[in-house]
Ligand binder design. Structure first.
Ligand code: PEP
Length: 263
C-alpha cells in the first residue's frame, strides 16, 4: 500500500507563506515519490493551496471539521465546504483539539461519520498521555478511543463505491507526549501499538482492515522517519513542525518511501 505523509501546519503560515511553500514543493516533489503527500494548511489558506496543488499528485487536507451540515455554529466549518474546496483528507480528533477544546470521543465519532459521508477520508488521531503510558495503559486507552469511533467507519457506512480492499480511512497513532516535544516513541513501541490497532480493525472490518493506512505522528523528522517507516504496520506519518519547510517535507517523503520499501 502506498504510504501517506500528511503535513499538519496547525496555526502557521499566511496565504502568501503557504503559496511560497507550494511553489517550492512543486519544484522539488519527485515524479515518482513512492509516497502520497497531503498538506493541511489553516482554513484561511485552504482554497489558495488547493488551487496551487491542482495538477499535482499532492492532496489537500483540512485540520478540523464540524459534524453538522450547516447552521448557527459560529467559527465552525462544515464537511461539505471542505469537499467543495477539493479536500481529500480531514484530520479528526487531534490531541490538541481534545485537550484544548475538550473534544470528546463521541464528537469525534460524529466527525468521522460526516467526513466519510462527504466522500473524504478522515485522518483519525488516537494516542495516550504520558501518565497513561507510564501506568501501562496504552492499549486500553487506544482501544477505548477506537471503540468509540469504529461504529462510524464500518464498511456498511461507507458511501457507495468506496467499499473494498482500500477503505477511505487513515488512523494516526500520536502519543500525546511525543507531539511537538522532540521526544519520539521507539519504533518498536509504535509497531506494537499499530499491530494491536490492525488487529482491532480486522476484528471489526475483516480483510478491509489491511487497506487502512496507519500513520505515526509525534516529533517526526527526516532523521528519524525511516526507522519508523520500516516497521511493518507503519504506513506513513502525520507531521507538524518538520512539515513547515518544503525541503524537509520532500526529504520526509523520500525516506518514508525508502523505509516502507525495505520492510
Ligand atoms: C502533530 O501535530 O500531529 C504532530 C505530530 O506534531 P509534531 O510533528 O510537531 O510533533
Amino acid at each position: 500500500m502506498l504510504p501517506l505523509l500528511v503535513a499538519n501546519w496547525k496555526m502557521h503560515k499566511t496565504k502568501a507563506d503557504a503559496l511560497a511553500f507550494i511553489d517550492e514543493l512543486r519544484r522539488l516533489w519527485p515524479d515518482r515519490p513512492g509516497c502520497e503527500g497531503a498538506i493541511a494548511p489553516p482554513f484561511t489558506a485552504l482554497d489558495a493551496v488547493g488551487g496551487a496543488l491542482r495538477g499535482t499528485a499532492i492532496a489537500l487536507a483540512a485540520q478540523n471539521v464540524h459534524w453538522e451540515e450547516e447552521g448557527a455554529f459560529t467559527g465552525e466549518v462544515a464537511a461539505r465546504f471542505l469537499a467543495d474546496l477539493g479536500c481529500r483528507y480531514v484530520i479528526v480528533g487531534h490531541s490538541e483539539r481534545r485537550s484544548q477544546w475538550g473534544e470528546t470521543d463521541e464528537q469525534i465519532a460524529r466527525k468521522l461519520q460526516t467526513v466519510l459521508a462527504h466522500g473524504m477520508a478522515p485522518v483519525w488521531c488516537i494516542g495516550e498521555s504520558l501518565r497513561e503510558r507510564e501506568a501501562g495503559r496504552v492499549l486500553e486507552v487506544v482501544g477505548r478511543q477506537l471503540a468509540a469511533g469504529l461504529g462510524a467507519v464500518t464498511p456498511a457506512r461507507m458511501p457507495p463505491g468506496r467499499r473494498g480492499p482500500e477503505l477511505p480511512l487513515v488512523i494516526a497513532y500520536e502519543p500525546v507526549w511525543a507531539i511537538g516535544t522532540g521526544r519520539i516513541a521507539e519504533p518498536k513501541q509504535v509497531q506494537e501499538v499499530h499491530a494491536a490497532v490492525r488487529q482491532w480493525l480486522r476484528d471489526r472490518l475483516g480483510g478491509a482492515a489491511d487497506g487502512v493506512r496507519l500513520l505515526y505522528g509525534g516529533s517526526v523528522t527526516p532523521e528519524n522517519v525511516a526507522a519508523m517507516a520500516a516497521q511493518p504496520d507503519v504506513n506513513g506519518a502525520l507531521v507538524g513542525g518538520a512539515s513547515l519547510d518544503a525541503k524537509q517535507f520532500v526529504l520526509l517523503a523520500q525516506r518514508i518511501a525508502r523505509g516502507g520499501a525495505s520492510s
